[in-house]
Design a protein around this ligand. Structure first.
Ligand code: SAM
Ligand code: SF4
Length: 327
């Protein structure tokens, strides 16, 4: 088992399979991005080895993310390989949804059980502005394809920015309920330097969003409490839930059960800190032997920070973008 200095057990890995993306969401990326050279990126075989090492050490849940996981060629084969690892309880994936018409069924067949799909606006023009390159119709069709493919649960993720899409919150909840999806509202996090808007001015707290939603929908505290950072509310008269991920206004670090691996093979111990261990040299120096890899993962638990310190202050922005982090 992986346990850190603060007694937290790590049983959840978020594995980034690419830093690339077909969107350029304003809070996630700069308009002009330089992506990693191919040689820096872990191969599918290396990603599989990383997943296998974590599962051998007690990780029970893996989420594939990025960048946009569906732009990585061979994602279905990777998903099939990881979901077959003995000891893994659940493989999930986070996507912008634009390619789900093509990939939903193959991913379901490959053993992906649940999907998170990002959706910040139901207005085509606004969607195009927020994602810079995305088309709303593709994502709506992708959500439909995911429902047809029979995933156990689909959760929509919305990042709400004041003055940009905060007026859409009730509409997004309505859309989720009508499409049999849960929905989670995520506070924007200061990851990467963006010029496009002021993160401080755009910030909307989860408490404010919950009040806004409660004016339209009856929210009951959800009974099944999850270990993750989302706090859920049941919508009265529906099976669906509304969640809030509030890194600013509600610190959930004491419950943290997760680590991330970037597509360069950097093991990140905390979303909001730079503490990391480079696993790539071990993967490449010992292509036939996973023991050094496993030892490095166990040793890394000693540097998992106690908590993050997110702030709206520009000088305290972290340089690492979310697409590099593995969102
Ligand atoms: N491309 C996929 C997608 O958009 O779902 C997966 C990767 S994306 C980085 C994962 C999630 O992180 C998305 O729901 C996105 O909205 C969110 N995200 C990106 N940048 C963020 C930021 N600065 N603060 C909060 N959430 C962010
Ligand atoms: Fe791409 Fe997802 Fe980042 Fe948007 S949030 S730019 S879809 S990685």
């Amino acid at each position: 088992m992986l346990t850190d200095r603060f007694g937290r057990t790590v049983d959840y890995l978020r594995l980034s399979v690419t830093d690339r993306c077909d969107f350029r969401c304003v809070y996630c990326m700069a308009e002009e991005m330089t992506f990693l050279p191919r040689a820096e990126v872990l191969t599918l075989e290396e990603l599989q080895r990383v997943a296998a090492a974590f599962v051998a050490l007690g990780v029970r849940r893996i989420r594939l993310t990025g960048g946009e996981p569906l732009v990585r060629r061979g994602i279905e084969q990777l998903a099939a390989g990881i979901s077959a690892l003995p000891g893994l309880d659940e493989l999930t994936l986070t996507t912008n949804g634009a390619r789900l018409r093509q990939f939903a069924r193959p991913l379901r067949d490959a053993g992906v059980r649940r999907l998170n799909i990002s959706l910040d606006s139901l207005d085509p023009q606004r969607f195009a502005t927020l994602t810079r390159t995305g088309q709303l119709a593709d994502v709506i069709d992708g959500i439909q394809a995911a429902r047809e493919a029979g995933f156990q649960r689909i959760r929509l993720n919305s990042v709400i920015l004041r003055g940009r899409n905060d007026d859409e919150v009730p509409g997004l909840v309505d859309f989720a309920l009508h499409n049999d999806c849960d929905i989670a509202f995520i506070e924007e996090m200061p990851l990467g330097q963006i010029a496009e808007h002021s993160r401080g001015e755009a910030f909307v707290s989860s408490a404010e969003l919950r009040e806004l939603i409660a004016a339209r929908f009856e929210l009951l505290p959800a009974t099944d409490v999850t270990a993750g950072p989302s706090r859920y509310w049941q919508v009265a008269g529906s099976k669906r839930r509304v969640g809030f991920i509030s890194p600013h206004s509600h610190n959930f670090c004491h419950l943290c059960n997760r680590v991330r691996v970037t597509v360069e093979g950097r093991l990140l111990l905390c979303l909001g800190n730079e503490h990391s261990v480079d696993l790539k040299p071990l993967l490449r120096e010992f292509p036939e032997d996973d023991q050094p890899l496993r030892e490095a993962i166990v040793a890394a638990m000693a540097i998992k920070p106690e908590r993050h310190h997110f702030s709206h202050e520009p000088e305290e922005q972290l340089v690492r973008f979310m697409n590099m982090t593995g969102g």
